[in-house]
Design a protein around this ligand. Structure first.
Ligand SMILES: Cc1cc2nc3c(=O)[nH]c(=O)nc-3n(C[C@H](O)[C@H](O)[C@H](O)COP(=O)(O)OP(=O)(O)OC[C@H]3O[C@@H](n4cnc5c(N)ncnc54)[C@H](O)[C@@H]3O)c2cc1C
Length: 533
């Protein structure tokens, strides 16, 4: 008799291993198959509070302490970087970077630049610890779904067969199920059109050494302790150091260049040469790369965007990163991916309990995935247009932080509820918070950018209009908004008290309902706990 698994997961990256862990912990017989083996390089290194708190939510909801961000940090602290901010420096060709043209967003949450090979290996071991079976170096040649709707049969190139009741595709861009069921949208419905070149480097000195001191740029946290974004008209460069704290044993730094693919179509130039050519146009960026050296081959992705018509079907489902992707900007990939895993795991556990994997049970996921990815597309689309002009970029940073803080606040409030003994606030599949209001606001802001793109509106006029839109936003507490005069957002206990005051005295009854469980002390405590090791 062939062994039968309840769930087979294809792909053992973050999503596959987290899902495998959750299912195994809850006594589901699960198999994880990967065509490669750990440790191995993976991209997706920079986190945001939304990522960290989503992972914390998974840890709490499914009772898996090993997934708590503080415990993850302890395991991979020496090779991962610390992240206290996202910093942005605006550049013009041939000119030194102006210190007045830097901006910053600080969450107050101690986060990480994940050195993925160590994180993914750790997560694989956690999955094994809880009872998942793992098959590495296994290339799949075929997937068949039995006509009686009961079985999924996966065959490897070596002829091995694996039988399951349900299969999850956590492969990403090359998703086998998206290919098999012709799920990809071609072309994608996204507005963003970008491409990427990336690698790991050594000898990348930090911003404050070679561009401006912290005193000069005036931001509250050093760029060194976060993800640096060098912005220019047509694209941006990320610098994600793993060596930015005293306990680091990892000299590497992740570097990536993203370009608007319509303005910079891919050519035959080698990625490293293309990177150096672009960098050489910007004197202050050049300073950070004068002695830098790639320690692995550059990877070039000619089109970052992919999307799907559907994320589920009879006996199968895709995780968000198999369903679609937009761009690394704003580091939302891991957050959406882990958020999707949380919902999917909840649905699978219920399906296993009822022994009913019918596809209708999974249809809610479509709305969840779509909402996330379309929001990201809008934010990225607007940002690449905003890169034309620093004032416009500042306004777009204001737009982005509104979306970011709504996600962040909702998830921390939910975590507070869980700690207060609410049986399962995370289990709700409803999308919470001022979703309609946010969507309406983003639509208006994107409309301004579309007019800039078509040449019907100047960047100055768009900046003015977006500033007005930002002033009208009444669904995010005023103290949480990006400060145009200071060019940064910095949280504090005082700010949280101001939020509580604003909610009590200045918000509408409807807005109050979105934040009704907000308590500044508990909120602060949870954020602080996340930093504990
Ligand atoms: C250039 C770039 C930069 C990014 N930067 C960020 C960032 O800074 N922050 C962020 O939050 N997100 C970022 N993302 C998104 C992020 O990479 C993904 O959300 C995340 O890594 C996906 O994790 P995963 O576990 O789903 O997939 P992966 O980590 O890609 O894992 C997929 C697994 O599937 C396996 N596999 C592949 N083919 C097969 C097959 N045929 N059969 C079986 N197994 C297979 C692979 O070996 C791999 O182990 C970035 C994405 C890109 C493209």
């Amino acid at each position: 008799m062939q062994e039968k698994y309840q769930v087979i997961i294809l792909g053992s990256g973050i999503a596959g291993t987290m899902l495998g862990t959750i299912l195994a912990k809850h006594k589901v017989k699960v198999l994880i198959i990967d065509k490669g083996s750990h440790p191995k390089f993976a991209i997706g290194e920079s986190t945001i509070p939304y990522t960290t708190f989503t992972i914390a939510g998974i840890s709490e909801l499914f009772d898996i302490p090993e997934l708590h961000p503080a415990n993850i940090r302890q395991k991979i602290a020496h090779t991962s970087g610390i992240k206290k901010n996202l910093s942005f420096a605006y550049h013009r060709p041939g000119q030194e970077q102006k210190k007045e043209e830097v901006t910053q967003s600080n969450s107050g949450v101690a986060e990480l630049h994940f050195f993925r090979q160590d994180l993914d290996s750790y997560l694989l071991n956690v999955a094994i610890h809880y009872g998942a079976t793992v098959k590495q170096n296994c290339s799949i040649s075929d997937i068949e779904f039995s006509s009686d709707g009961k079985n999924v049969l996966i065959t490897s190139q070596e002829g091995e067969e694996f039988l399951g009741s349900y299969v999850v595709d956590a492969i990403g861009y090359s998703s086998i199920l998206a290919q098999k069921f012709n799920l990809r949208e071609n072309p994608t419905h996204f507005k963003s059109h970008t491409r990427s070149l990336f690698t790991h480097m050594i000898n990348v000195p930090y911003f404050e050494i070679c561009v401006h001191s912290q005193k000069a740029h005036g931001m509250p946290v050093s760029f060194y302790e976060g993800t640096v974004h060098h912005l220019f008209d047509g694209g941006w460069i990320w610098i994600i150091p793993f060596n930015n704290h005293k306990d680091s044993t990892n000299p590497l730094c992740s570097v990536g260049l993203q370009l608007d693919a319509r303005r910079f179509p891919k050519t035959d130039i080698l990625p490293e040469q293309e990177f150096l050519e672009i960098v050489s146009k910007y004197p202050s960026i050049s300073k950070q790369f004068n002695n830098a050296k790639a320690v692995r081959d550059w990877i070039s992705i000619p089109q970052l965007q992919y999307s799907s018509k559907k994320c589920f079907g009879d006996r199968y489902c895709l995780i968000p990163n198999s369903y679609g992707f937009v761009d690394p900007l704003f580091s939302r990939g891991l957050a959406s991916n882990c958020g999707g895993v949380k919902y999917l795991a909840t649905l699978i556990l219920e399906a296993v309990k009822d022994n009913d994997f019918s596809e209708e049970r999974f249809q809610h996921l479509e709305q969840i995935y779509r909402k996330e990815i379309d929001l990201h597309d809008n934010l990225v689309y607007g940002a690449y247009i905003a890169f034309k002009d620093f004032e416009l970029w500042k306004c777009w940073q204001g737009v982005w932080t509104i979306a970011e803080f709504i996600n962040f606040f909702q998830i921390v409030i939910t975590l507070t509820q869980l700690k207060d003994g609410n049986p399962n606030p995370f289990k709700k599949l409803d999308i919470v918070g001022p979703v309609q209001e946010l969507n309406g606001f983003i639509k208006q802001a994107v409309n301004e950018m579309q007019q800039v793109e078509t040449g019907n509106l100047s960047t100055e006029a768009a900046a003015r209009n977006i500033k007005e839109l930002l002033q009208q936003v009444d669904f995010l507490p005023e103290p949480l908004k990006f400060s145009f005069s200071k060019r940064f957002y910095k949280p504090s206990m005082l700010k949280l008290m101001e939020v509580a005051h604003w909610l009590k005295f200045n918000s509408t009854p409807q807005v109050k309902t979105y934040y009704e469980n907000f308590n500044p002390y508990k909120f602060n405590q949870i954020v602080k706990e996340m930093a504990k090791t």
